[in-house]
Design a protein around this ligand. Sequence first.
Ligand code: S3P
Length: 173
Amino acid sequence: MRDHLILIGFMGAGKSTIACIMAERLDLPCVDLDQRIETAVGRSVAEIFAVDGEQAFREMETQALADLIEEPRSVVACGGGVVVRPENRELLGQLGTVVYLKVSAGEALARVGDAGTRPLLSGEGAALAATSLLQARESLYATSADLVFDTVDATPEAIVDRVIDALEERGEA
Ligand code: S3P
């Protein structure tokens, strides 16, 4: 389907949590792309990065995104790096309405904790990595999005209210 509701944004923006609440409110399936990849491969994202490497993960991510074209309307939480590949940005545009959930690097780090499950934010250089990755991606998130919401200082439920209001205004909820 090409009318999915797709959540993008940096790690720690709350995409998965917000997608599930939104899906329940809109009575749609909730799809978490990272979870799909983990289920398909039988390994965690951290293990895929460690064993197969980031490029292999990115291939799986593109395939998981492309598969959505054949699926019924759903609320989709993407991994934070989905906007990096140009072909993914093209797919996002074809798949439906793209919602960018914004978070600062500092807040993202605080939310993801020790980041054992996020290979790109693990270890000693995590603060620097968060700042530089977010800076490099910010404009990609913004130009890929139809709607943008700040997630700092708002509960997931309040963000869902705002997103659904905006979708209703667009006749999409
Ligand atoms: C990544 C974000 C992660 C996961 C992988 C890579 C990224 O997803 O896809 O660790 O490049 O930003 P979340 O944004 O759900 O943490």
